[in-house]
Design a binder for this molecule. Structure first.
Ligand code: ADP
Ligand code: MG
Ligand code: MG
Length: 908
């Protein structure tokens, strides 16, 4: 806290009508969001009821001192209260003409879970008479008093709100009143007495000895006691469990504190020319420039939001008798606010006997569609620049636009909740194995794959299914990563699901629901919701707005965007989304389905002829795959990674085999078959590795089985040659994974170059195919200068690089301890989702050293981080040439890269 920061800041006018506001909108860290913008509105001449703001820093001092007041703070508040009384010309608690105030919390960022607002503070058994006298409206006065006791008891003293609601209902019933507005002044006076009784009976005299009068707790009559208790309650609410949890979830610091706004009351409940409401300056759902919001006549505070009566649309306000002037003024203020904040604002207002008061404003939250539309319109209106328009849209929000969703009007019950792992909604029959998913899809039935967790064996089923549901695993579990890559909706970690894959059913704990194979289920991967039955889906309307903003982002961005794709459909999709090439084509995905048999034959046979035949078959298949890929990406680079995963990923699971053998034995199965299975089992066992991620994989495979890279390079070159002959412009590049020492790369490079030369000669075409490597091991990053002498390009595989830098096994640690690390803030974020600074340092070193070794080196990133906005900023700063991400994240990456470039330019 710097010396100049005061404890309390005034806002609004003095008695002569001069603005005496001491704060402004840039002081959110001191005055909170609400206080800073109340000050700002007063400064630009909008009608704001006068008041003062106690700073966030005071709250922190109070909290850090075990809830004791900093010295002098109460005196300062007292001074500002006296000053406010002078400015208004009324005194709090006055029996002739009392000043009433609201006490409002307001943290630097909007934060649900904080203390609610207390209205009408200052009323007591004396000042109620003053209020009646001044307003000649006993009904209004008693209504205000009962509201005050109710709010004070609930919000400040923590009493159950139902105690009071029940009393109101009893009263309404006995008076046969349909609505609270039907209660008379006498009724309300009676309620006040009743409320005071409830207060006495429910507040503990031990906890609040100062409230004891003759040994009995009494509702505090001294306005200063009321005020002090209310401020203390706001301060205390900063550390209430709900607020703490919210901050943790949203990565908000715990030491910001909340401000307290004490503001003179205006009254929306003074009859039919009074009202209260909330509004947005534009439609926050679709961005249309129209008046948007609701109001209630003769109401106060949160009545509008609480839904106690039906509200009316804001556009009607200026046609309502007694409210015309205020309605027109409000529409003018919409324009003033937008011009001033240069953005869409949301506002809270009250009209007291025809006079409009502004009670709050802030930049309004909006959907992705609205964010795009508003940014573009405001640029056209000349309100903001193109750069600002690009900065206005949250990249993560774009996901909302690119996937089907539950129809907003659909009615459904939530069956269970899990992690919103991959956005979009899916509806289909529940199936419990990949094979059943494939079968369903082949029969033309839509299905949702329900698994404990998925593994590479499930891939075909995951592709066949509309969506994926798992009971285990986090947001970067296999299911989640693959689903996001495919753009398939996925809800994972639904703990309530007790899956029995054998029986093909799942019990939902806490309910009596059993999901059986074939039952329709729906899931929403954007929210993590699972529903029994088919929910109506809609494709969000894609306006041209998305295209426009992305084109604008492209004008600024310097970082290229490519996609990770391994089939022609995904390649085409990424191209449609604006990808400038394929940064990673994983060839292992091409070895699944019916080809699995072929690769298994290769792995499990020692006979050279049999092996060669298998490889020939794979060559045929791969040539076709690459042909399709290069054709879809004609004219754009396609980086093909040579086979990377440990070979046993293509084999049967030994556990399943074990079970099968046991079953065969138990049921007296064929001896020959059993012996065969046993032999297979032994072979698989022999290939098992204690730590497969660190074993025989990546380029090591190509060194041990040279026949594999030769086949793959041959297929790549052959496909390219064919397309060239057809007059197209294929641009394949060959990537050698998991290199740690130069000789590995040198050896495989030589093999590749030779094979390419052979194919070029055979086919009679010129082939210019770049050869590069992945940098995914720390050793490669720190010796990148040497490695670059043998590489045309680097692609940083930041998934593996994160694993190998931390020594974390992703599949294990994400479930085992990363959640706890995040909880305890040992890690600020999951390094598998957003690139870790240490890993980024290795990338930077790799890029710099790499360029020393080869000045023409192209450098990109192809890990999951390539689609993460924060990581994209980091990669932009490092000076990479491109990021590569899953097709559905290409639009987001284009936007984030544009924003990174704009920010970098600003920082210069
Ligand atoms: P929240 O942070 O939950 O929006 P606020 O502090 O904005 O809480 O208060 C909620 C509502 O209470 C406001 O929208 C307004 O209707 C009413 N309110 C707050 N202060 C005053 C006041 N000084 N005069 C009249 N109404 C007020
Ligand atoms: Mg508010
Ligand atoms: Mg890798």
């Amino acid at each position: 806290m710097t010396a100049e920061v005061k404890r309390v800041y005034a806002f609004g006018k003095d008695a002569e009508g001069n603005n005496v506001t001491e704060g402004n909108t840039n002081m959110k860290a001191i005055l909170g969001g609400k206080g800073a913008n109340l000050a700002e509105m007063a400064n630009i001449g909008l009608p704001v009821p006068p008041g003062f703001t106690i700073t966030c820093q005071t709250c922190m001092e109070y909290a850090n001192a075990d809830n004791t007041w900093p010295e002098g703070a109460l005196d300062t508040i007292h001074e500002y209260r006296l000053d406010l009384e002078k400015r208004i010309g009324k005194k709090i608690g006055d029996a002739e003409d009392p000043l009433l105030v609201s006490v409002r919390s307001g943290a630097p960022m909007s934060m649900p879970g904080m203390m609610d607002t207390v209205l009408n503070l200052g009323l007591n058994d004396q000042s109620i008479n003053g209020l009646i006298k001044q307003t000649e409206n006993p009904r209004f006065a008693w209504d205000s008093y009962r509201r005050f006791i109710q709010m004070f008891s609930n919000v400040v003293m923590g009493l159950d709100g139902d105690l009071f609601e029940n009393a109101i209902n009893v009263m309404k019933n006995s008076r046969k009143a349909a609505s609270d507005t039907d209660l008379t002044a006498e009724d309300l006076q009676e309620l006040v007495a009743e409320f005071k009784k409830i207060f006495s009976e429910n507040v503990s005299g031990v906890e609040y000895p100062s409230l004891l009068v003759d040994g009995v707790v009494a509702f505090p009559q001294d306005p200063m006691v009321q005020l002090k208790l209310a401020i203390e309650a706001v301060f205390g609410s900063w550390n209430n469990p709900r607020a703490v949890l919210y901050r943790k979830k949203n990565k908000i610091a715990d030491d910001l504190g909340t401000a307290v706004n004490v503001q003179s009351m205006v009254f929306g409940n003074k009859g039919n020319s009074s009202a209260t409401g909330v509004a947005f300056t534009r439609n926050p759902a679709n961005g249309q420039k129209e008046f948007y919001g609701d109001y209630l006549v003769n109401a106060q505070g949160e009545d509008v939001v609480a839904g106690i009566r039906n509200t009316s649309p804001i556009a009607e306000l200026k046609h309502v008798e007694g409210l015309e002037e205020a309605g027109k003024q409000l529409e003018e203020i919409f324009v003033v606010l937008e011009n001033h904040f240069r953005d869409m604002c949301d506002i809270e207002f009250t009209i007291e006997q025809g006079k409009l008061y502004m009670l709050q404003t802030r930049v309004g939250k909006r959907t992705a569609a609205a964010a795009l539309h508003i940014a573009i319109e405001m640029e056209k209106e000349g309100l903001i620049s193109k750069e600002e328009a690009v900065m206005r849209v949250e990249p993560e929000q774009l996901d909302q636009l690119l996937h089907p969703q539950f129809d907003k009007n659909a009615e459904y019950d939530v069956l269970a909740r899990g992690l919103n792992a991959s956005p979009g909604a899916a509806v289909g029959e529940a199936v419990f194995s990949a094979a059943d998913a494939v079968a369903a899809a082949e029969a033309g039935r839509k299905c949702v794959l329900v698994r404990w967790e998925t593994n590479p064996d499930d891939l075909a089923g995951m592709i066949a299914a509309e969506g994926i549901l798992t009971s285990h695993g986090g947001k970067t579990s296999h299911a989640a990563v693959i689903a996001r890559g495919m753009g398939a909706p996925c809800v994972c970690g639904v703990e309530a699901l007790k899956i029995d894959a054998e029986k093909k059913q799942a019990v939902v704990s806490g309910t009596d629901v059993v999901i059986k194979e074939g039952d329709m289920i729906s899931l929403d991967g954007t929210t993590g919701i699972v529903v029994l039955g088919a929910v109506e889906l809609v494709l969000p309307e894609l306006t041209g707005d998305l295209d426009t903003i992305l084109e604008w982002a492209d004008e600024f961005r310097t970082l290229g965007v490519r996609a990770n794709a391994d089939n022609p459909e995904d390649a085409q999709l990424s191209r449609d989304f604006g990808a400038q090439g394929i940064g990673l084509c994983r060839t292992e995905h091409m070895f699944l389905g019916d080809r699995k048999q072929i690769i298994q034959t290769f792995i499990l046979n020692d006979d050279e002829d049999v092996r060669q035949k298998a490889v020939d078959q794979l060559f045929e298949a791969q040539t076709g795959d690459f042909y399709g890929m290069f054709k879809a990406m004609d004219g754009l680079p396609v980086i093909v990674r040579l086979l990377d995963p440990p070979l046993h990923e293509f084999l049967e699971s030994p556990r399943a085999l074990d079970v099968e053998i046991a079953r065969l034995e138990a049921t007296g199965g064929d001896k020959g078959v059993i012996a065969e299975k046993r032999a297979l089992m032994e072979q698989i066992d022999a290939m098992a590795e204690a730590n497969p991620m660190l074993g025989l994989r990546g380029c090591r495979l190509g060194i041990v089985y040279p026949i594999l890279p030769v086949m793959q390079v041959r297929a790549i070159a052959t496909a390219a040659a064919q397309l060239k002959k057809e007059g197209l412009d294929p641009k394949p590049e060959i990537m050698i994974p998991l290199v740690s020492v130069v000789p590995e790369l040198a050896k495989l490079r030589e093999v590749a170059e030779q094979t390419i030369a052979e194919v070029a000669a055979e086919q009679g075409v010129e082939l210019d195919i770049q050869i590069g490597t992945m940098i995914e091991l720390p050793r490669a990053a720190v010796t990148a200068d040497e490695i670059a002498t043998k590489a045309d390009f680097f692609s940083f595989g930041t998934n593996d690089l994160t694993q190998t830098t931390f020594g974390f096994s992703r599949d294990d640690v994400e479930a085992e301890f990363i959640p706890q690390y995040l909880q305890e803030r040992l890690l600020p974020f999951n390094p598998f989702a957003t690139v870790d600074p240490g890993v980024a340092k290795l990338v930077k070193m790799g890029v710099e050293l790499g360029h020393q070794g080869n000045p023409d080196l192209t450098c990109g990133v192809c890990g999951e981080h390539g689609g993460d906005p924060d990581s994209i900023h980091t990669f932009n700063a490092i000076g990479l040439d491109y990021v590569s991400c899953s097709p559905y994240r290409v639009p987001l990456a284009r936007l984030a890269a544009g924003q990174a470039a704009i920010e970098a330019k600003k920082a210069q």
